[in-house]
Design a protein around this ligand. Sequence first.
Ligand code: CA
Length: 692
Amino acid sequence: MFRRPMAVLSLVLIAAACSSHPTGRIDDARLVAADADTAKWLSYGRTYDEQRYSPLTQVNDANVAELGLVWSREYPTSRGMEATPLVVDGTIYTTASWSVVYAYDAATGEQLWTYDPKVDRTRTRTVCCDVVNRGLALYRGHVFVGTLDGRLISLDARTGAPAWDVMTIDPAKPFAITGAPRVAKGRVLIGNAGAEYGVRGYISAYDAATGALVWRVYSVPGDPSLPFESRALEAAAKTWSGDKWLATGGGGTTWDPIVYDPELDQVYFGTGNGTAWYRDLRATGDNLYLASILAVRASDGEYVWHYQVTPGDNWDYDATQPLMQATLTIGGAPRKVVMQASKNGFFYVIDRTNGQFISATPFVDGITWATGIDSVTGRPIESPTAYAGLDPVVVSPDPEGAHNWYPMAMDPARGLVFLGARSFATTFHAPDKEWTYNPSGLNVGYDPRYEGEMVTRANEAPAPVGELVAWNPVERRAAWRVKLPVSQSGGVLATAGNLVLQGSADGMLSAYHAADGRRLWQFDAGTGVMAPPVTYLVGDKQYLTVMVGWGGAQGLFNPSNMGPVKPGFSRILTFALGGTATLAPTPYGHTEPPTPAASVAMTPAEVNEGRLLYEDNCIGCHGAGAIAGPVPDLRYMTAEVYGQMEAIVLGGARQQLGMPSFSGRLDQQQLRLIQGYIMAQAELAASRGAKP
Ligand code: CA
């Protein structure tokens, strides 16, 4: 055959081109040996164990004061940044809001390419916690990104050209993807979000070369009229009762952590809350596998073990915080463990060979939902005050959690895990006994009459406490704690240079001494920092890079008691010893009180009605009290925009900017009440002459 040698030749050429690019050589062996590859940052948690510990020492506790900015790039967005950049041989691959991918020259900041997946902006109506993206996976010359609208895309790492683009969800359902994919033995693993809105959670494994679905594992039982997908789900179904939850899908989404364990060839993932939050609305039982950590076989997704962190969850205690693997000496014996500082305030150490509970210890003060975890059964000892059925109860932690998605890091030599923690109590009101599934909105199941009161109380409560905690998972105690100016934390990096690096909501990037938490260096990043820094070499020089951008659930909700947060334009910063570049952030926000766009004649009762509608529909993005952080502050809208509000809110005129249409959910009269409330808030700010 004439054609055959040509085909073989072109395949050889493609293979040669791929392997000649540094990313072409990123294969299974490279990923397993990533710890020794100190120049690179090859995967989300740097190594498969996700310890985010760099052995580099060029930048260290003795010279970190000389760390300076080398370059920065500002993005045309003020939305949140949560990505962990990946770095291979002097090229940075990262993601920004709306799942947009960028590649840069790490030494100069020159943009090599960008890829915009053109996310369907209308989906923001059912995206809970900002249009963030936590990053990429790299494998055999390709980078993989999950998009907010549910796709998984493979891009050529040299050019950013898409190789394949697959839909991982049912687009008719309120799924979203914010988490970073992981690669395990040629499969790309991805989960999804949406349990607040009503979906059935799962993770999927796709063939890295072709995009073909290899396996899918659901976290909760499905339609009982259909056969169970696995024996694990058949067992799980026995822990659910009633049928009210069925229409919702049940929840249990894996919106963040999926990790691969090459030693045991297992994949671990955490699952989120049920739909609705209130367990009475899901009937009684543990509701497996909600709020759990699961292990499945990497080859086919077959169930291996599970540990349910919060049985019968009632408080949005997702078990979706980062999962970190380690081998710890416990009771004189080495144990292969997986660890999680969970939303519910306990630091869990689980045997990853069999799922056996080892320990769970409070890492913040003031936990009220449980008095402890039974050391034999591993089940929480729930406080009688944590769930009072129809009566409101004050519970700590609140749904934002004692820890959330922000990655933790480990210093294996010191045996310490560093993490951002927060403590805050909130009022859980009575469930809405009349609740039925609402496919177009949040399904948390509060009695709607109390939602406004909840917001008011959240604003009046003492400020939440935020800390950077150095946790010893063997001794089960904090080695040190540093109080942060704002409760909302940033992701953490640890290095062999005795450093712990973390950004904060007030826009500061800080380096602490790993031994005692002494602050050694600080840089004003201009905008709040949530994302974790990474470090790597270009040539023989050590660099650090971090994504800067304020947002997320707390950033958008913007409660007035949060502290000195700094919304602003987002950017990427790169540092090295002796760096002398300066930052000139584009001004953001308002410096003067608002001038109300319209004078609205409404009774106090109507304004209050408008407030309740605002809190039910708008508060998740435009902020408590209509005081916004990363999105437009509605008190400052112009008369022109005020006149367009019906076209915007009901007609979807700004859908492509991320403002979804609320048609079908709000009518003209309700919009009028919301407008009145916003103008009342603008008048209040104007009359106080308050700085925004
Ligand atoms: Ca949740």
